[in-house]
Every structure is written in C-alpha cells, then in structure tokens.
Design a protein around this ligand. Structure first.
Ligand code: TEU
Ligand code: CA
Length: 598
C-alpha cells in the first residue's frame, strides 16, 4: 500500500520542485540573432499583462460573485494602470469545482459571470481602450458535466467514448496516477455505469481529454477559432504540457515516485510523445491565422525543455511560464510548507538569471511573482508587516517591471494586497485546501500544522475580493462575498491609494510608464546580473545600444549595500521607492532604485 498522503502530495510537489536542468544553449541557439531573436519586436513582448481573477474583481448584481458587467465597469481603472493586456481566468460555463478550471461548455459564459452579450460588450469596451484580452484555455481536461463526458461515460460504444481515457475494470486496477485535488490522491476514478476507470490529473470533476483522438483535437481547434473570430487576442494555456501522455500507462513504482518527482512528470504524466506535434498542428490550424499571443503554463518544463515550446522557428507558442521561481523556499517532502528560515536571495537571483539566459539568443521569457495559484506576492516574497509592506511591495514591482521577459502582473499587487491568512478551514473555498485537509484528517495527520502552512501558501490568499475602498465589502459587492474580504481593506484600497502620492499604486503606474518610455533598454535590452553572491541586494543592468540602466533592490529589513563595481559618479536616479533616495549603492530596507548610467 502506498501512503496516500505522499501520493496526493506528489502531484503538487512535481510542479513545485522543478529541478534546475542543464542550461547549456544548443548550438542552434547560439547562432547570432536572427529575425526570430529576442530583439525582434512584437507587441506581446512590449506589453504588460494584468491578470484578473474575475470572481473577485467586481460584483455588479449583489450575489457576492464578481462578474463581467462589474469588470467592464472598472475598465477605466485597468486602463489607468497603463497595462496593455488583460488575462482573465476561465469565464466559460462551469459547475465551479475548481473555479472555472472545469469547463462544461467552451462556447458559453459561466452563469454567475453573465451572458455572451455581456462578454461582447466587455471585449468591445476593452478594445475601445486599447486593451487586449487573453482568455484562459483549459483543454487538458474539461468538466465531468460537459456533454462530451456525459456521452462518453454512458456506454463503452458511445461515439464520444474515446474523448477521454478509460481503463476497463476487467484489466484490473489501472497503474497509479496522482489526482491532485482528490482526498484519496488517486487520478483514476471508478465509474460503475460502464465498469471502467477514467483518468483525471486534477479532481474527479475534471476528466482528462484524450488528445490522441483526432476528433478531440479538431473540436478544440474549432472552438479556439470561434473565439479568435470573436476577437480575443490570445490564450493562456492551462497545463498544456500534460495534453500528450504515455497512454500505455506504464507502472510508476513507489520508489521512482519518491526519488524522482520530476522524472515522473517527464516520463509518465506530461510531456508525452506527441506533445510538440499537437502544438505544431494547433499552430497550423489556428494560431498562425491571427495576430494573437499565446502563453503556456509550463508545468513540468525546465530550462532544458522550455525552448521547445517558444522557439519561433518551431511554430508552436510564444511564451511559457516556469515554476522554478515560485517553488523556491518550500520544504521538500511536505505539502506546501515554507522553510521558516525564508528563501535564499542568492538562489532567487540564480533562478531568474538562469531563465533569462535561456532566452538570450532566441525565444522570449516571462516574469511573475504571483497569480491565482500562488499566495500574495508581498507576503510570500516581501514583507507584509505594516512597517515594510509598502516598501517591499514597490521593490518587488520594480523587479517585475525591469526584468527582460513579459511581466504578468497579478491584480491587487499594485495595492500591495496581502495574504488573508485564514485561521479556520471553514473560511477556505479552494478545492485544493479543502481536499488536502480532508485527506490529512482521514489519516490522523497534524491539521494545525497544515493550516499554519496554508496561511502562507494557500491559493485562496490571492483570491479574496479586490479592495476598492474602505467600506464593509471593500466596494466589491453589496451582498455577501463568496470568500471573505481582507480586513486590511480599511487601509489597503484603491480610494486611499489614489489620494496618497506615495502609494504603491502610483509607484506601479510610474514603473509601467517607465518600461514604455525606456522600451529599448527595459524591454529589449540585455540583462546582466551583478554582485551575485550578495545575500541582501539584487542588482543588475539592462542595456541597449550603449545605453545602460542599473537596478538595485534590497530584499531585506536591514540597510544593505550593493557592490556593483560600476562607476556611479555620473549616474542619475530615475526612480526610487523612498521619497529621498540615499546615495551611491547604499540602500535602506527594501529600497529599490533605478539609475541611468550613460
Ligand atoms: O494549475 C496547474 C498546476 O500546475 C497546479 O499544480 C497548480 O500549480 C496548483 O495550483 C498547485 O497548487 C492550473 C491552474 O492554474 C489551476 O488554477 C487549476 O486548478 C489547475 O490548472 C487545474 O486546471
Ligand atoms: Ca455577480
């Protein structure tokens, strides 16, 4: 018998523990910059993406759930940030087992979010303001309430049977696969109707689609074409490396699982034999026909494999985001427990610098520190105490908006929103937290330890309602919000931030504008890490055509100094998160400074 706890943990650990793979560029990559190189100009390289969790942005009808009308009514605010693209988490019909990541109809809008007419208005209003819309594409799996699955499960001879992965029970139990949001940790669920098991890498409400079936692929491409014809500007592709699997389902031994999470991904779970063939087919049949952008959620991808998704010559996708950065600082072998010692800045620098070098000659990277699957940026990577919250939040935003790679900026981070840190399991809404709690409970595990860990790492921390003002529900809803509003809305909110000239909000607007004004350097310029062993300060230069900028970031609560070895006598300070910047390379707690050198 395998230990269920460990099995369920496996799936998440697999994405958390992304082993640093060999980073030697291939010979092909070393060839001098071509038209497909990183300085080849594209709108999606110059853009700042703002991710909105629609359920928590703005409710318009008092049911406590954010919706499209509400979102549309707030587009002037979005525009005021200077961002170019909005990525929306899934808004399709869904029974919401996993907040929209379980789609029951790809061609309709989730009832709670509104109607297709509301969508059309929202898209038109975005485009009117020069904002592009990127939708979430969830096609590794759909909902068990999707018509395809209803048909598929109804009989072994149904024409939709092969839209999913079935294992007839007369063959015995299928080889173990993890099901990440399941109380028993299993990725196969027995369905008595046809005496078979079906595969689901997430909850049993999210059956995995069978991409080996050409009809499935054609259905998905046709659906994507319909959305592009409606005018959407791109897709963020949920767990796209998982679509192709080894469908012989070889046994993964307990030993292998224990010793080699990442290997299990590569060999068994995702990155299957036809992955890139399918992505190239998708590119031919859909993506190549439109001026759009694509982003792979690169679960399980490494520095060695990322280029396979985004090398322009391969004609697959434009960008990918990795998990190596956000995996730093967790304790190995435990479910999302942070190392109480915190994370190493030297390791942080190494990860982001390593990923920059992957795309030094070809392809294009991305940069993010928070999203709907991660805790709040300032709690996780900065310091959410009243003393340091604003400074550290500004410092982290400075990092995001001065690195090479398209920034994916998570809504609310411009306000320095923090983790809500629920004490009680009853306050959580996320299937991941609820089912892991139930699993630990059923095994007699340490529930308090689990809850303590979730205060830092739970996904619900970043899903609480957006804080517009200091009123009871922060201006999010007139009803009862689907998840609690953070009490600190009294100080952290848009209304207060608009009035305060030193707010994080105004600072982020300046950063977004600076990235545009200095596009040659801050978007396309070369990145060089300096002073890499410095445990407190992250410093780097960006440069292009003899023009150079220096970015100094203090990640600690104490004063610290950078040692860049550069002559700063003629350097001009362009932006600093303290009202009066200190001189030279000295930095106060969480100070961020951008300098122009030439
Ligand atoms: O996440 C996929 C993924 O890699 C998960 O393991 C993710 O890291 C998870 O949140 C771990 O805590 C995507 C979506 O972003 C996520 O919201 C969905 O729940 C998941 O796919 C299933 O669609
Ligand atoms: Ca609503």
């Amino acid at each position: 018998m395998m230990h269920l706890n460990r099995i369920a943990t496996f799936f998440i650990m697999a994405t958390l523990i992304t082993l640093a793979a060999c980073n030697t560029p291939t010979e092909k990559n070393q060839s001098s910059q071509t038209s497909s190189g990183p300085t080849d100009r594209k709108w999606w390289k110059e853009a700042v993406v703002y991710q909105i969790y629609p359920r928590s942005f703005q409710d318009s009808n008092g049911d406590g759930i954010g919706d499209l009308k509400g979102l549309t009514s707030r587009l002037d605010y979005v525009k005021s940030l200077g961002v170019d693209i909005v990525w929306l988490n899934p808004i399709y019909s869904s029974p919401n087992a996993d907040n929209g990541y379980d789609i029951s109809n790809y061609d309709d809008i989730m009832k709670e979010f509104g109607t297709m007419a509301d969508f059309d208005v929202m898209l038109a209003e975005m485009h009117k303001r020069g904002i592009k819309l990127v939708m979430d594409l969830v096609v590794n799996h759909c909902s068990d309430e999707h018509e395809w699955f209803r048909q598929s499960r109804s009989s072994r001879t149904n024409p939709y049977r092969n839209y999913f992965h079935w294992w007839p029970a007369e063959k015995g139990k299928p080889p173990f696969r993890p099901g990440s949001f399941e109380v028993d940790g299993s990725g196969w669920r027995y369905d008595s109707l046809t005496n078979s098991y079906y595969l689901h890498y997430f909850s049993y409400k999210q059956p995995d689609l069978n991409w080996e079936n050409p009809k499935v692929r054609q259905e998905i491409y046709a659906m994507m074409n319909r959305w592009f014809k409606k005018g959407v500007d791109g897709f963020r592709m949920d767990v796209i490396p998982f679509i192709s699997k080894d469908t012989t389902f070889p046994v993964i031994t307990e030993k292998f699982l224990k010793e080699n999470y990442n290997g299990a991904w590569d060999q068994y779970m995702g990155n299957g034999p036809h992955l890139h063939e399918y992505l190239q087919e998708m590119n031919r049949e859909v993506l190549s026909k439109y001026d759009i952008m694509t982003l792979a959620e690169g679960a399980g991808t490494t520095k060695a494999t990322a280029m396979n998704f985004v090398d322009p010559d391969r004609k697959e996708l434009d960008m990918s985001y990795h998990f190596e950065g956000v995996s730093l600082g967790y304790l190995p072998g435990e479910f999302k427990q942070m190392d109480p010692k915190g994370y190493s800045l030297v390791a942080f620098k190494e990860i982001y610098s390593g990923w920059d070098s992957v795309f030094a000659n070809k392809g294009w990277g991305t940069i993010y520190l928070g999203n709907h699957d991660q805790p709040r940026m300032v709690t996780r990577w900065g310091n959410d105490s009243p003393e340091f919250r604003e400074a550290s939040s500004k410092m982290l935003s400075t990092f995001l908006l001065t690195m090479r790679g398209t920034p994916y900026y998570y809504f609310g981070d411009e306000l320095g929103m923090t983790n809500i840190k629920f004490d009680r399991i009853e306050d959580y809404r996320d299937i991941e937290t609820l089912n892991m709690y139930a699993q630990i409970k059923s095994k007699g595990g340490d529930l308090q330890h689990f809850l303590n860990g979730q205060k830092i790492s739970a996904r619900d921390n970043s899903r609480t309602p957006f804080q517009w003002d200091a009123t009871e529900n922060a201006g999010f809803t007139t009803g009862t919000p689907w998840i609690k509003v953070n009490e600190n809305k009294k100080v952290i909110n848009v209304a207060a931030a608009e009035k305060d000239p030193n707010s994080t909000l105004h600072y982020v607007r300046k950063l977004v504008q600076l990235r545009k004004d200095k596009k040659d350097i801050l978007v396309y310029g070369k990145y060089t890490l300096l002073d890499k062993e410095n445990p407190n300060v992250y410093s780097y230069t960006r440069e292009s055509n003899g023009k150079k900028m220096l970015i100094l970031l203090n990640f600690k609560t104490e004063n610290a100094a950078a040692h860049t070895g550069l002559d700063l006598s003629k350097a001009r300070v362009i932006l600093d998160n303290y009202p009066a910047p200190s001189a030279g390379e000295e930095l106060r707690p969480y100070e961020a400074r951008i300098l122009e050198l030439d």
